[in-house]
Design a protein around this ligand. Structure first.
Ligand SMILES: [Zn+2]
Ligand SMILES: [Zn+2]
Length: 312
C-alpha cells in the first residue's frame, strides 16, 4: 500500500496530489461474491478508497460507497464485472472522500444517493476539501434521500437495513445489514486488522466508536460476513479482536488522563506499545492512535464537568 497516498486520502486534504499515484496500472478492484448477489469490491495494488459493496439482482442495484475520484475507471470496470445494470441507489456510509469520491458521476448516471442526514448537513455546511481549503460541495454530490435512525431497502429478496450508529467514526455513520444474507457492511466503523481512525473533528468519538462496534457484534454470529471500511473481508472474531483492543486501549488512556498526564506525556509513555506490531499502520500509527484517544476521551471529561442545561 502506498503510505503517502493512504495518508492524504483519508485526511482528504488533497485528492489532486494523488492522481499520479493512482494511475499506476497495477491498481484495480478485486470482486468477491460474499453471498449470492452481494459483492465486495476491494482495491488492490494501491489505495483506491474504502471497500465497496454491491447488491445486484432483477429488482435493481444498490452500491455502498464509491471510492476515490481517481479510482473511478477501475471501479466502473469492477462494477461491469458483476452487473450490466446501472446503479439505482448509492449509499454513502459516511462523508469522507474515499467513500463519496464519485457521487457526482453515479448521480449523473441516474443513481439516487442515500445517506444519514448529518452527512448531507456536513456537505452543505462544511463543504468538501480541495487542497487545503474547504469548497462548496457540488449539488450532484448531495444525498437526495436521508434518514435519521434507520431505513430499510427491500430488493432482490434482501432486507437491507441502514442503521445509524451515533458519534462513532463521524457523526453521520451508517452500517448496512443484509439480514437474510447475514452480511454487514460497516463503513469505517471497522478497519480490519488496523488501528481505527476516529474522526473527532467530524463528530466521531472513541466511546461512540466502541459502542458502535459492539452494536455490530450483537448483529453478528459465527457465519456473518463483515465487509469492513478498510482491510479484507472479516468474520465476527476479527471484529471481536478489534473491540477488545479498543476497549483496553480506551481504559489505558483514560487511566492516564485521570492521573493528570498531558497528551505528550501519555505519548512518551507509549502505553499502547503491546498493540503496535499487530495494529500499527501508515495512517494510524501507534502514536496517532494514542493521540486520537487522548483527544476524544479528555474532550468527554471536559464535557462531563462543564455541561450545563443551557448547552442543550
Ligand atoms: Zn475510509
Ligand atoms: Zn472514513
Amino acid at each position: 500500500m502506498n503510505k503517502l497516498a493512504t495518508l492524504s486520502a483519508i485526511t482528504a486534504l488533497s485528492f489532486s496530489s494523488l492522481m499520479a499515484d493512482n494511475h499506476e496500472q497495477s491498481m484495480k478492484f478485486s470482486a468477491q461474491e460474499v453471498s449470492p448477489g452481494i459483492h465486495m469490491l476491494m482495491g488492490v495494488g494501491g489505495f483506491t478508497g474504502g471497500n465497496v459493496g454491491v447488491l445486484v439482482g432483477s429488482d435493481g442495484v444498490i452500491m455502498i460507497d464509491d471510492a476515490m475520484p481517481s479510482s473511478l475507471e477501475i471501479l466502473q470496470q469492477a462494477i461491469v464485472s458483476v452487473t450490466d445494470r446501472p446503479i439505482d441507489y448509492l449509499i454513502n456510509t459516511h462523508v469522507h472522500g474515499d467513500h463519496t469520491g464519485n457521487n457526482v458521476t453515479f448521480k449523473q448516471q441516474g443513481a439516487a444517493i442515500v445517506a444519514h442526514e448529518n452527512l448531507r448537513q456536513h456537505l452543505l455546511n462544511k463543504g468538501i476539501p480541495k487542497g487545503k481549503e474547504m469548497v462548496q460541495a457540488p449539488k450532484d454530490m448531495l444525498p437526495v434521500i436521508t434518514f435519521a435512525s434507520s431505513m430499510t431497502f427491500h430488493l432482490n429478496g434482501q432486507d437491507a437495513a441502514l442503521v445509524h450508529l451515533p458519534h462513532a467514526h463521524t457523526d453521520g455513520d451508517a452500517i448496512i445489514h443484509f439480514s437474510p444474507a447475514n452480511v454487514i457492511h460497516t463503513g469505517d466503523i471497522f478497519f480490519n486488522g488496523m488501528f481505527p481512525f476516529i474522526d473527532v473533528n467530524s463528530g466521531g468519538s472513541a466511546q461512540g466508536y466502541l459502542a458502535a462496534q459492539k452494536a455490530i457484534l450483537e448483529r453478528s454470529d459465527a457465519k456473518t460476513q463483515i465487509i469492513p471500511g478498510h482491510g479484507p473481508l472479516a468474520k465476527k472474531a476479527d471484529l471481536a479482536a478489534a473491540v477488545s483492543m479498543l476497549e483496553d486501549s480506551i481504559e489505558i488512556v483514560e487511566r492516564l488522563i485521570a492521573a493528570g498526564k498531558t497528551e505528550d506525556e501519555v505519548v512518551k509513555l507509549n502505553p499502547l506499545s503491546k498493540y503496535h506490531d499487530k495494529w500499527n499502520w501508515g495512517f494510524i500509527t501507534t502514536e496517532r492512535m494514542t493521540r486520537q484517544l487522548y483527544k476524544s476521551l479528555s474532550h468527554n471529561n471536559q464535557h462531563a464537568h462543564n455541561d450545563t442545561p443551557h448547552h442543550h
